[in-house]
Design a protein around this ligand. Structure first.
Ligand code: HEM
Length: 420
């Protein structure tokens, strides 16, 4: 579908039309971004009350300068929730303090804990369990000849992996997913207020769940991430407060699955749309690691993060007032023609695909990137090897997820020839 926004002649009207949740922009925002990078690289969106940053170099500058651009509230589209939402959130901690939403020195202090929890050795040790989970999920539907890949696979795989890593039972996964969706909806702050109020209750329930778990681990530590998060003040090893431990547990559950769900869905969709590249990967699985980088560049699962402007400043020649909120749009930076040649071309052989912004840049670079890539490699390998003549179903629509921060599918119906 050609985005309607590409027909808009006036740059002011283009800025006013910016809405990553509009159906045509969810489908293909890239022509619009290309014009914005040329004509309004940093612009104020009245619809979202955000300063949107579209060029690769400007996004990198924001990520680098943590004094001018604070990560406090990096997941929140709005600085303050609606009063009705705030009233419910009062039942929990007064502030959400986690790794991704902090600046140095707090960030440095907490990052060390995650470095241990997601060290290359720990991630490598997860390979056989991830492979078994992947195959178990595929076994569950292979004889059906069709599946909604997102609902029956791409969501479940990373969610099970993150449950195992954190140390919560897989039987809690659906409950946690519901709360995590509430958290995402709340942070985007675009849903009707009644829905945000409902989600605020889910958010508080998730907070209570993890608070209880942290206390339980302080009494009986195990070999899991929750135990690594137990604060020193509670007899654990983590240099953080109880509040930080709970907020980090909540964030890591959401960060660890929703994003990887996006990678799996976007990747299969892209490969099916480019049959010659799909065939090349199937014939030589060693092409997968670079293909995954290119998938992350072309269709990044996280559209962007937010930053708070700490002082009157300029960015890309545009004045930004202290207190403004910015939306650094990785999905535009990844298509910046000053960085990538023919950025709209999907090319699994692209030599510089790895410099994409899908995992961020600088001190907040995704600490879960090696795990996400491992899950992607195993999932793509097994799907491509086990489901012959894989194709998109034409009788069922693909549906995208309508979130401001996330880019991915809610439904991705596929079919294949059932193996004899
Ligand atoms: C394809 C999958 C993933 C994508 C696209 C993704 C994307 C990102 C991005 C863009 C950031 C930087 C945020 C910023 O600059 O403010 C980030 C940070 C982070 N990610 Fe991921 N992520 C993925 C998977 C994971 C996984 C599997 C985990 C955990 C197991 C994880 C945990 C985190 C954490 C804890 C941070 C905060 C790091 C910090 O602030 O120092 N992510 N991720």
């Amino acid at each position: 579908m050609a985005p309607q926004s590409t027909n808009i002649e006036d740059a002011d009207a283009l800025v006013a039309a910016f809405n990553p949740m509009a159906p045509d922009q969810m489908e293909n925002p890239y022509a619009m971004y290309s014009r914005l990078r040329r004509e309004r690289p940093v612009f104020y969106s009245p619809m979202f009350d955000l300063w949107v940053v579209t060029r690769y170099a400007d996004i990198a500058e924001v990520e680098r300068d943590t004094e001018r651009f604070s990560s406090v509230g990096a997941l929140d589209a709005k600085a303050e929730p609606h009063p009705a939402v705030r009233e419910i959130l009062k039942q929990g901690y007064s502030q959400f303090q986690s790794l991704v939403q902090s600046d140095p020195p707090n960030h440095t202090r907490m990052r060390n804990v995650f470095g241990r929890a997601l060290s290359p050795q720990r991630v490598a040790a997860m390979e056989s369990a991830i492979r078994a989970t992947t195959n178990g999920l595929i076994d569950g539907f292979i004889q059906d000849g069709q599946v909604d890949l997102v609902q029956q696979f791409a969501f479940a795989l990373p969610a099970f992996v993150i449950c195992d890593l954190i140390g919560v039972p897989r039987s809690d996964m659906q409950q946690l997913k519901g709360w995590s969706d509430d958290k995402t909806l709340l942070m985007s702050a675009t849903a009707p207020i009644e829905q945000q109020v409902e989600s605020a209750h889910g958010f508080i329930a998730m907070e209570r769940y993890f608070k209880e778990k942290i206390h339980e681990r302080s009494r009986r530590p195990r070999e899991d991430l929750l135990s690594l998060l137990v604060p020193m003040s509670m007899g654990g090893t983590a240099p953080m407060s109880e509040q930080e431990a709970v907020c980090n547990a909540m964030d890591i559950f959401s960060a660890g699955h929703e994003t990887t769900t996006g990678l799996l869905g976007n990747g299969i969709w892209l490969l099916l749309k480019h049959p010659e590249q799909l065939a090349a990967v199937k014939a030589d699985l060693s092409l997968l690691p670079n293909a995954i980088e290119e998938i992350l560049r072309k269709e990044p699962p996280v559209r962007g993060f937010f930053r708070q402007v700490m002082t009157d400043t300029t960015l890309g020649g545009v004045s930004l007032p202290k207190g403004a909120r910015t939306f650094i749009l990785y999905e535009s930076g990844n298509h910046d023609e000053t960085q990538f040649s023919e950025p709209e071309r999907f090319d699994i052989h692209r030599a510089d695909a790895r410099k994409h912004l899908a995992f961020g840049k600088g001190i907040h670079f995704c600490v879960g990137a090696p795990l996400a890539k491992l899950e992607g490699r195993i999932a793509f390998e097994q799907i491509l090897q086990r489901l012959p003549n894989l194709r998109l179903r034409t009788d069922e629509p693909t549906v995208r997820r309508p979130y401001l921060m996330l880019r991915g599918f809610e439904h991705l119906p596929l079919a294949w020839d059932v193996p004899a």
